[in-house]
Design a protein around this ligand. Structure first.
Ligand SMILES: NC(=O)c1ccc[n+]([C@@H]2O[C@H](COP(=O)([O-])OP(=O)(O)OC[C@H]3O[C@@H](n4cnc5c(N)ncnc54)[C@H](O)[C@@H]3O)[C@@H](O)[C@H]2O)c1
Length: 300
């Protein structure tokens, strides 16, 4: 197979490329990343033979240079800090929607299937449990980042004949390009530095969806193995947890300091998401996220 991965050196991308480098199914892998987050580690570790690197902003890339017959495109390049997106609304839209538009137009022209990672942060009108039968009726963008995801999903559905959209829970787990602004990783990082964890009191007992890197990879593998480009939008979640539960997992390994605040930290609602479609397709999700928390703490 010949494939293209954008955003290849980020939290998810670096996990995938490490797996793919010894996978004989893949003959040639084109990586696009402009290193805007400076995560060079996974690139330095890569066996270069089957990878071609395009070190460019996807918005400025001349797609005519990509002239092979590719089997699919996984588009991970994005600015991904939801909390920060309130401050950089326009930049997020320009970078993320602009990049996705170019990728979609390229996939359409070349008739290449697209795997697009959306986010469960597109949900959350009020407390709700989302499953495949109601996953289009609970949309409520909680940040400019999530609003852009909804716009990108709409564009993909309008333009492409072969795609799969995966609404991912917040990623948990270790990779070379991992980042620490997301919930669990941030708590692990602060705990390892002996810093207090800032917790919005009202949110302490509210649930949100999380996804291990390992479970993401299982879904990715299922899609490419079965060429499951069914033009669907699928929820991908290992399990839903309250902040209290996550902190108690961390405390199994290391003592934390907690600082409760009454001011809302992010415009967050509580909701639970179930990956029922993928489970019905036979994917066995991890039991919980404890192993990933332990690995993250050990790394730190
Ligand atoms: N990590 C999560 O918790 C999570 C949850 C839901 C959805 N997602 C989505 O999955 C995808 C990958 O997430 P991640 O956590 O690996 O992100 P990340 O921030 O760790 O990595 C994104 C990568 O994209 C690159 N990039 C950004 N803009 C670019 C551009 N214009 N041109 C070229 N490269 C560019 C960055 O340099 C970085 O290496 C994103 O679309 C994200 O929104 C992630």
């Amino acid at each position: 197979m010949k494939i293209i991965i954008s955003g290849s050196f980020g939290h998810i991308g670096s996990f995938i490329i490490e797996k793919l480098q010894n996978d004989k199914r893949f003959k040639s892998i084109t990586l696009i990343d402009n290193f805007q987050t400076q995560r060079f580690t996974s690139y330095l570790k890569l066996k270069k033979s089957k990878f071609q690197l395009i070190d460019q902003n996807i918005n400025h890339l001349n797609f005519k240079l990509l002239n092979e017959n590719y089997d699919f495109f996984i588009h991970l390049a994005a600015i991904t800090n939801a909390a920060e997106s309130f401050r950089i609304k326009e930049l997020i839209h320009k970078n993320n929607f602009g990049g996705t538009k170019k990728v979609v137009d390229f996939c359409k022209r070349k008739k290449i299937p697209l795997i697009f990672p959306s986010s469960t942060s597109v949900y959350g009108k009020k407390f709700s449990i989302i499953n495949s039968s109601n996953n289009m009726s609970n949309l409520f963008a909680q940040s400019p980042y999530a609003k852009t995801k909804i716009d990108e999903e709409k564009y993909i559905k309008k333009k492409l004949k072969k795609f799969i959209i995966l609404r991912l829970g917040t990623i948990v787990g270790v990779s070379d390009g991992m980042r620490f602004h997301t919930a669990v990783n941030k708590f692990c990082f602060q705990t390892s530095l002996n810093q207090p964890l800032t917790i919005w009191r009202k949110f302490y007992h509210k649930k949100r969806p999380y996804l291990t890197l390992n479970d993401f990879y299982k879904c990715f593998n299922f899609i490419i193995k079965n060429r499951y480009f069914s033009n669907e939008t699928l929820d991908v979640v290992t399990k839903n947890y309250t902040v209290k539960e996550i902190i108690s997992f961390i405390e199994n390994f290391k003592k934390t300091k907690k600082k409760f605040v009454n001011t809302e930290i992010l415009n967050q609602n509580s909701y639970e998401v179930i990956s029922d479609k993928l489970i019905n397709l036979g994917i066995k999700f991890d039991k919980d996220i404890k192993k990933d928390i332990l690995k993250t703490l050990k790394l730190l």
